[in-house]
Design a protein around this ligand. Structure first.
Ligand code: CA2
Length: 151
């Protein structure tokens, strides 16, 4: 049986995790987060496609490619959360269960991080829980798929 595929998409600078600014983002690397997602997905009987890009156009293309291929999206859009109407439009167009994740609590940080265009089209948002937020997002997506609900 083919497992439902969840795209786990990561935006700009997340490749720097664990290498700089551990005070804000912790010491885990993106590879550590991928391993956590793989472990969680196995438990939930999901397949994942885990990716990171620094380019807005590539992130948008990956979202578009989810149409007809993925059952859901977990996305940390990083800086594009706060700037990208185009990414919001792409997520709206694919209309899949989508959970937005941020490692840090963006509401405790600078005012420009308090607004996310992506949140407007996400099924749900998790922030401030570090890498565990990705595992929680996968659990939430599994629940949404099982209930066949896309709020
Ligand atoms: O908290 C999050 O997950 C963010 O999405 C991370 C973004 C930031 O722009 C968002 O406001 C919140 C930053 C990506 C990671 O940037 C790094 C920069 C230096 C060292 C390590 C990571």
């Amino acid at each position: 049986m083919t497992l439902p595929l969840i795209a786990v998409l990561n935006g700009p600078n997340l490749n720097m995790l664990g290498l700089r600014e551990p005070g804000i983002y912790g010491s885990a690397t993106l590879d550590d987060i991928e391993a956590l997602c793989a472990e969680t997905a196995e438990e939930l009987n999901l397949a994942i496609d885990f990716r990171q890009t620094n380019a807005e156009a590539e992130l948008i293309s990956w979202v578009q490619e989810c149409r007809g291929r993925a059952a859901g999206i977990v996305i940390n859009p990083a800086g594009y959360s706060h700037t990208s109407v185009a990414l919001m439009d792409a997520l709206s167009a694919v209309a899949l269960p989508t959970v937005e994740v941020h490692l840090s609590n963006i509401h405790r940080r600078e005012a420009f991080r308090h607004h996310s265009y992506v949140s407007r089209v996400a099924s749900g948002v998790i922030c401030g829980l570090g890498p565990a937020g990705y595992a929680l997002a996968l659990r939430a997506i599994a629940g949404l798929i099982a209930a066949d609900e896309t709020p």
